[in-house]
Design a binder for this molecule. Structure first.
Ligand SMILES: *Cc1c(COP(=O)(O)O)cnc(C)c1O
Length: 359
């Protein structure tokens, strides 16, 4: 297509591509790391109690009820909590606020594919650091001049968790920039870096309600860090959109947070299913880095990932596959209910056996 003159002044960006959201009654959806269980029962009750009349008024711009709830839950001050429309919104705001230098920011080569998109959008220089052959972070890569550091722990899409000692080693080596640890999957077995925010005023820990709290559709993310970091984030947010959190979000988010027992029950159930599925996938000839998340990043010893991906898709079982360097032979499989995983496993068992007969 011919470029018009005015297009020279347009901010152009190759956008992030989210996993597809098909809507079919028979599908098994294991492609975007959603929780297979419903949100806490109190959320349903709060929906029933909602009055459309309340929507007439703007929500609280400070999202106080949720900020205070999170502060109490995690044992920090409310001045140490920032909330946003999913952690994508929180992370995007953090990129804009904290990565404003001339030196490149650093993140792993295999990681959440939104990071390079935000860096491009905000024109932040960046360099990626190659994970080792087991998809582990090499801390020495982060000991050089840079404009900031970000990595998920556990990492996505690999599922690999790095011990807190490694996280702290990276923070210690980067006291002159902001370090962001994206803990979207921390509730599935890892140890959070949250206690370190009291020691390092340049550390921002980001989490979300989308995975472990079963509320991807509600869009709630949050960050915790020093009062200074949070103030800078709020200054940017209030210069952008004062009302990021709407009234239903605030009302339902706080309900989800209240029910700790339910949260612990569903995360434990997902972890138990994950551990069982690991064993069964191994028996079928899959290998994968050990996962401490709600997904498994698996590669088959003989059959190319893309071929399995297509076969699953035809059967309406959706998983995620990327045609990208280093990871094109892997499938990222979200841990669903036991029943969903059994359907997946029996399909794979039959598919792999059939392949063995024909080749
Ligand atoms: C899912 C995910 C997010 C974003 O989740 P939200 O739904 O926007 O809260 C952020 N980082 C990683 C690594 C993720 O996997």
């Amino acid at each position: 297509m011919k470029s018009e003159k005015w297009e020279a002044n347009v901010r152009k960006i190759v956008p992030y591509v989210p996993g597809e959201q098909p809507d079919s009654p028979n599908m098994i959806k294991l492609n975007t790391n959603e929780c297979p269980y419903p949100p806490a029962p109190g959320v349903q009750a709060a929906i029933a109690a909602m009055q459309s009349q309340d929507l007439r008024l703007y929500p609280d711009p400070g999202a106080e009820v949720l900020v205070k709830g999170l502060a109490d839950y995690y044992g920090v001050k409310k001045e140490q909590v920032f909330v946003g429309v999913g952690s994508d919104d929180v992370l995007s705001m953090a990129f804009l606020t904290f990565f404003n230098g001339d030196k490149p920011i650093l993140f792993p080569d295999v990681t959440y594919s939104f990071y390079d998109v935000w860096a491009e959008l905000y024109r932040i220089p960046y360099e990626t650091c190659a994970l080792d052959e087991n998809f582990r972070i090499r801390p020495q890569d982060y000991k050089r001049p840079n404009g900031g550091v970000i990595f998920p722990n556990p990492n996505a899409p690999t599922g690999v968790y790095e011990p807190l000692a490694l996280v702290e080693e990276i923070i210690k080596a980067n006291r002159d920039v902001v370090v962001i640890v994206d803990e979207a999957y921390i509730d599935f077995g890892g140890e959070s870096a949250l206690p370190l925010i009291q020691k390092y005023d340049n550390l921002l820990v980001v989490q979300t309600f989308s995975k472990s709290r079963a509320m991807a559709g509600m869009r709630i993310g949050f960050a915790m860090g020093s009062e200074k970091l949070i103030k800078y984030l709020n200054d940017a947010k209030f210069s952008f959109n004062s009302y990021t959190m709407n009234r239903p979000t605030l009302a339902l988010g706080i309900e989800a947070l209240k029910d700790k027992a339910y949260f612990e029950e569903i995360t434990a159930r997902i972890v138990a299913t994950r551990e069982r599925v690991k064993g069964e996938l191994r028996e079928l000839g899959f290998t994968f880095p050990d996962s401490l998340t709600n997904f498994i990043f698996a590669s088959h010893e003989r059959i190319p990932a893309e071929q399995i991906f297509r076969a699953l898709r035809e059967r309406e079982i959706y998983v995620r596959h990327w045609d990208k360097p280093r990871i094109s032979n892997f499938l990222r499989i979200t841990v669903g209910t036991d029943e969903e995983m059994d359907t997946l496993l029996s399909f794979l068992r039959e598919y792999i056996q059939r392949g063995e007969k024909t080749c």
